[in-house]
Design a protein around this ligand. Structure first.
Ligand code: IPE
Ligand code: IPE
Ligand code: MG
Length: 257
């Protein structure tokens, strides 16, 4: 019958064309290239970082606009302490400025802030600002902005292993009961779904100790733009590239995220 063949035709089309992916629920970004952006203009690296903060604001707006639920930004790695003290101070200053200037706006726009990374050893004023950002926005649901600060994926796993070892020692956990869920729940990203898409700017094609556990099945998109140039169009293009990918998670057919 006509109706049946039409249904069959549509089903066949969907199968042969493959599933059109939806919007990624979680996008994580390695924001790289601030220094090169500045160097190309004969400006100090600090100016590149300052312009990088503006790109973060654009990325948050774009994420909301695109319907993304979780946006993680890598803002300072455990290894970035190796940079000259003056640059580390610039980056710390910019984080403080960002929280002080943008928290009210983020809150008004329904953004929930989560911070991942090592808190111990941070200056008291920074630790207090991070706590304030999380507490004030805890009830928001439009977008979760995860800021990876003083963050290293391997260091995060070490802290999780220490927490689990303590639980075993205190009799709260048995080694046989440890599974994928136990480890995931011991990480800083507890309760946050794994990234569907990881974007790295500036042309570098490496992970640099970012979300080591969580990116086991993420799609990676590497783009040439330097971070201060990243805009809505670049974000939408990366999402479009993600949507053209087939995710199989070890199976033989495309799977939903
Ligand atoms: C990214 O830009 C910001 C941080 C890593 C803190 P970079 O500072 O790494 O810029 P490049 O890679 O030197 O150009
Ligand atoms: C990764 O960028 C860290 C952040 C974006 C915060 P880096 O510039 O530190 O990475 P490498 O040193 O080039 O791998
Ligand atoms: Mg870099």
């Amino acid at each position: 019958m006509a109706g049946d063949s039409k249904t069959a035709l549509l089903a066949g089309t969907a199968e042969t064309a493959g599933l059109k992916r939806g919007v990624p629920a979680h996008v994580a970004i390695i924001m790289d290239g601030n220094g090169r952006w500045a160097a190309r203009r004969g400006l100090p690296r600090a100016e590149g970082h300052r312009r990088g903060v503006e790109a973060v604001r654009r990325a948050v707006r774009a994420a909301i606009d695109l319907g993304i639920q979780y946006l993680t930004v890598y803002s300072f790695s455990s290894e970035n302490w190796r940079r000259p003290a003056s640059e580390v101070a610039d980056l710390m200053g910019l984080l403080k400025l960002f929280v002080r200037r943008d928290l009210a706006d983020l809150h008004a726009n329904g953004v929930r802030v989560r911070i991942i990374g090592e808190r111990r050893g941070l200056a008291d004023d920074i630790a207090a600002l991070l706590r304030e950002a999380e507490e004030r926005t805890a009830q928001n649901t439009r977008l979760t902005l995860v800021v990876a600060f003083n963050y290293g994926g391997r260091q995060e796993i070490v802290r999780a292993v220490q927490a689990m070892a303590r639980a075993v020692q205190e009799g709260r956990l048995s080694p046989e009961a440890i599974d994928l869920g136990t480890v995931a729940a011991a990480l800083d990203t507890q309760g946050i779904p794994d990234p569907d898409l990881v974007i790295r700017t500036s042309g570098e094609q490496r992970v640099s100790n970012f979300l080591t556990w969580q990116t086991a099945y993420s799609e990676f998109v590497f783009i040439q733009d330097l971070w201060p140039d990243f805009d809505h169009a670049a974000f939408a293009a990366a999402v479009g590239e993600y949507q053209s990918r087939e995710r199989r998670f070890g199976g033989l057919t495309a799977q939903a995220g």
